[in-house]
Design a protein around this ligand. Structure first.
Ligand code: ADP
Ligand code: MG
Length: 254
């Protein structure tokens, strides 16, 4: 694996607090009253079968989806307040997807600077410096002039993490960040996430990597059918699940 620089423990971390969250698509209620709290600096892994509402939940946190009911607080923002400054709120929230969603026509560095200059209005030179710092953090400091299709999947995902970090988020959301990767590059992405967690970043991570969850998560939440079925410290939920649905799910993924 490439060398991964130390990520300094100087993040300004914010928490997330979700109460009574409901979300429907037409008549299909996907989230049926979710209460969930992530404290500043805490790492929470969200697990559960496909279709249980995990992605929808993450997308509600930064209002990529609009909840039907409930309240969500991120840092000092109530995202569901109609008067919330959406741009300001979203700047706090870094999101990393299964499909890296890099801009294919931009270099690695440009991928990490475009939102800084467009959204944060940072001068180009400063944006470049911040991008370089974050590419160094994910071990890709020498790859700035490459294009995404010249990188492995794992490297592209590390760029996506550097891009998110370049906006100085106080919270990071990960939606199955390693599910689309070749097995040999999964480890390098998990290593970056591990060092972010160690550095005190608040992280809400949807993952099927149970060993990662067990090792890195402060808490694990098992969702099924749009509700939280079971939650607790990772060792308990994964190592000694209480609910039949959790047991059944873990039997299939472990
Ligand atoms: P998970 O991430 O746990 O696999 P999702 O949150 O993606 O689950 O999906 C939960 C349910 O919501 C699924 O039944 C899915 O078909 C439905 N769903 C998700 N997004 C949309 C959408 N944009 N429009 C309609 N239905 C959706
Ligand atoms: Mg999903």
């Amino acid at each position: 694996m490439t060398h991964i620089s130390n990520i300094p423990a100087n993040f300004k971390a914010s928490g997330v607090s979700i109460t009574g969250l409901r979300k429907s698509y037409g008549s299909n209620e996907v989230l049926k009253g979710i209460d969930l709290e992530v404290k500043p600096g805490e790492v929470v892994c969200l697990i559960g079968p496909s279709g249980s509402g995990k992605s929808t939940l993450l997308r509600c946190v930064n209002l990529l989806e609009k909840p039907n009911e409930g309240k969500i607080h991120v840092g000092g923002f109530e995202t569901t307040d109609p008067d919330v400054d959406l741009d300001k709120m979203r700047q706090n929230v870094g999101m990393v997807f299964q499909q890296f969603n890099l801009f294919p026509h931009l270099t690695v560095t440009q991928n990490c600077t475009v939102a800084q200059t467009k959204v944060l209005k940072r001068p180009a030179a400063q944006a470049k410096e911040v991008a370089q710092k974050n590419l160094d953090r994910v071990g890709l400091g020498a790859f700035g002039d490459r294009y995404p299709d010249e990188l492995s999947g794992g490297q592209q995902q590390r760029v996506a993490i550097a891009r998110a970090l370049s906006m100085d988020p106080t919270l990071m959301l990960f939606d199955e960040p390693t599910s689309a990767l070749d097995p040999e590059t999964v480890g390098e992405v998990l290593a970056i996430m591990r060092s972010l967690a160690k550095a005190g970043m608040t992280m809400l991570v949807v993952t099927h990597e149970m060993s990662f969850a067990k090792e890195v998560a402060d808490r694990v939440i098992f969702m099924d059918g749009g509700v939280v079925v079971e939650e607790g410290i990772a060792q308990d939920v994964i190592g000694n699940p209480q609910q039949p649905r959790t047991k059944d799910f873990l039997k299939r993924v472990l």
